[in-house]
Design a binder for this molecule. Structure first.
Ligand SMILES: C[S@@+](CC[C@H](N)C(=O)[O-])C[C@H]1O[C@@H](n2cnc3c(N)ncnc32)[C@H](O)[C@@H]1O
Length: 452
C-alpha cells in the first residue's frame, strides 16, 4: 500500500457499525468476536464503499446495482501515486487538471482526487450514458459540478480532449476494462480470478473491450504520441501481469524512456500502474521503480545512483561541493534539508541541488578551461542540460566488526532533462573524484551502475 494510504491500518468495522446503521446491517462477528462482513455479498461490499467514503472523505456515493463498485483502498493507492508523480510539474497553488478515462457510475477517481486535493479539477469520460448519469448524480450530490466535467465519449478515441475547450493537463488516469471478450470475463469469474472490485456485480460492458486492457492502453499510448506534452503524465492501471510486459515493449518501441511503473497491493490483489511522459521531469525511483522481483526485467531505466562512504555527511558534503566548484557546477544547499543536528559530526541529512548548463568535466572542456577559454560561450539555450539533486544521509554501521562506525549514503539523482548520457557522465566524474579524495574508501555500491 502507498505509505499515505489511510487504510494501511484496516478500518475499524466496530466503529463504522456503531456510527452507520446501514453498514451495521451487514456486520457479523467471527469466532474471535471480531466485526467483519461477507466480501462475497455485493450489497455488503457496496455498503462498505459508501461508508468508507462518507466516514473518511465526507463523500456521498450511490451506484446502480449492476455497476462496478469501487474498492476505496485500492483506488486511493492510484490517487496517491498520481499526487507523487505530478508534484514536480505543478505548483500546489495553481489549478491542476486531470482526466479520468472510463470514470464509471461511481466517478470514484475524480471524487477522491477532489476530496484530497483542493486545486484538482477533472475531465471524466465514459462511453455509457447510463453510467454517466449515475456519475452526474454523485458529482452533484457532492457539490463538485464546478470541478468535475463529465463527457460522454462517443468517438473511437480514448482521449477526446479536442472535444472540450483546449488546455493542458497534468495527468490522465484510467482503470481500463480488463477483458477482451465476454467469454474471457466469464472464465475469470468462474475461476474466481476477478478482482475484489468486481465483487459488486458489474455488467459485462464495463469490463470488456475489444483487445482487452492491452489494446485499450496501447490506444492511449498511440494518442499520446500526438498530444505529447499536452498531458504531462499519461497513466493507466493494469490488471494482468502479462500486459505490463506488452506495454513496456510498446513504450520501448516508441523510444519513450521516461516511464514509471508501480505495484498496487491490496490484500491478496495485485495491480500495476504504468505512466509515461514526453516531459523532462524525472521522478524519484521510489515512485518509478517497482520493488517486485517479477518486474525486474521491465523496470524503467534508473535515474539515481547510490554509494556509501566511510565518513560523516558534513565531510562528504565538503568533498562533493569542492568537486562541483572545481568543475564550475553551481549548487544550492536546501535550507530545509537538515533534519536533525548531531553534536559530534555535523548534520545528519544534507540535500543540495543545481542546474547544469554546460558540460565542464569532459577532457575537452577541461582543456578549454585550462587554456583560458570561456566555455559558457558554448551554451546554446537558456534551458539547462539537466538538473540534479544530491542527498547525503548519515547511517551507522550495525554489523559486529564495524559497530558504531559512521557511514554516509550518497544519492545522486537526475531530476530533469532529456539526455541521460550527460547526467551519467556527470555522476561518473563526481564518483571518480570522490574515489580519489577518499582513497577508494567507498565500501559498497547499492545500485547497479548501467554505464560502469
Ligand atoms: C473497469 S471500469 C472502471 C470504472 C471506474 N473508473 C472504477 O475504477 O471503478 C472501465 C470503464 O471504462 C468505460 N469505457 C470503456 N471504453 C471506454 C472509452 N473508449 N472511453 C471512456 N470510457 C470507456 C466503461 O464503460 C467502464 O465504465
Amino acid at each position: 500500500m502507498h505509505p499515505r494510504n489511510r487504510y494501511i491500518n484496516p478500518p475499524d468495522f466496530d466503529v463504522l457499525a456503531f456510527k452507520y446503521p446501514t453498514f451495521r446491517k451487514h456486520v457479523r462477528y467471527d469466532k474471535e468476536n471480531k466485526a467483519c462482513i461477507d466480501f462475497h455479498d455485493p450489497d455488503a461490499v457496496r455498503e462498505l464503499s459508501y461508508t468508507l467514503l462518507k466516514h473518511d472523505f465526507g463523500l456521498y456515493l450511490e451506484i446502480p446495482n449492476d455497476a462496478l463498485c469501487p474498492m476505496v483502498p485500492n483506488r486511493l493507492n492510484y490517487i496517491h501515486w498520481i499526487e507523487d508523480l505530478i508534484c514536480d510539474v505543478v505548483s500546489s497553488t495553481e489549478d491542476v487538471y486531470g482526466i479520468d478515462i472510463g470514470t464509471g457510475a461511481s466517478c470514484i477517481y475524480p471524487l477522491l482526487g477532489c476530496a484530497l486535493n483542493a486545486n484538482w479539477k477533472f475531465l471524466a469520460t465514459d462511453t455509457h450514458k447510463r453510467l454517466l448519469e449515475a456519475a452526474m448524480n454523485n458529482v452533484e450530490k457532492n457539490n463538485l459540478s464546478d470541478r468535475i466535467t463529465l463527457l460522454l465519449n462517443s468517438s473511437n478515441r480514448k482521449l477526446p480532449i479536442d472535444d472540450v475547450p483546449e488546455r493542458d493537463y497534468a495527468f490522465c488516469m484510467c482503470n481500463p476494462p480488463f477483458y477482451e471478450s465476454v467469454k474471457q470475463y466469464e472464465t475469470a469469474t468462474a475461476n474466481k480470478k476477478l478482482p475484489p472490485s468486481s465483487t459488486c456485480t458489474s455488467s459485462q460492458d464495463q469490463m470488456v473491450t475489444p483487445g482487452g486492457e492491452y489494446q485499450f492502453i496501447k490506444d492511449i499510448l498511440e494518442e499520446s504520441l500526438v498530444f505529447r506534452k499536452r498531458i504531462s503524465w499519461y497513466t493507466s492501471m493494469i490488471g494482468r501481469l502479462e500486459t505490463v510486459d506488452l506495454i513496456v515493449a510498446e513504450l520501448k518501441k516508441h523510444k519513450i524512456d521516461n516511464f514509471v511503473l508501480t505495484e498496487f497491493v491490496q490484500g491478496r490483489t495485485r495491480r500495476w500502474g504504468i505512466g509515461w511522459s514526453f516531459g523532462n521531469q524525472r521522478p524519484p525511483m521510489s515512485i518509478s521503480q517497482p520493488t517486485s522481483r517479477k518486474l525486474r526485467h521491465v523496470k524503467p531505466p534508473i535515474s539515481e545512483f547510490v554509494t556509501t562512504w566511510h565518513t560523516n555527511p558534513t565531510s562528504l558534503y565538503i568533498a562533493v561541493t569542492s568537486i562541483l566548484t572545481e568543475a564550475h557546477v553551481t549548487y544550492q544547499r536546501d535550507s530545509d534539508s537538515v533534519v536533525e543536528e548531531s553534536n559530534d559530526s555535523g548534520d545528519d541529512n544534507i540535500l543540495c541541488s543545481g542546474a547544469v548548463f554546460v558540460e565542464t568535466w569532459s577532457r575537452k572542456a577541461r582543456r578549454k578551461i585550462a587554456a583560458g577559454e570561456d566555455i559558457t560561450l558554448d551554451i546554446e539555450t537558456d534551458q539547462p542540460l539537466f538538473k540534479y539533486a544530491i542527498r547525503l544521509e548519515k547511517s551507522i554501521e550495525e554489523s559486529t566488526e564495524a559497530q558504531g562506525e559512521m557511514k554516509t549514503k550518497l544519492t545522486v539523482s537526475w531530476v530533469w532533462g532529456d539526455n541521460r548520457n550527460i547526467f551519467e557522465s556527470f555522476y561518473l566524474h563526481l564518483k571518480r573524484r570522490l574515489d580519489e579524495k577518499f582513497k577508494k574508501q567507498k565500501i559498497d555500491k547499492q545500485r547497479v551502475n548501467p554505464v560502469g
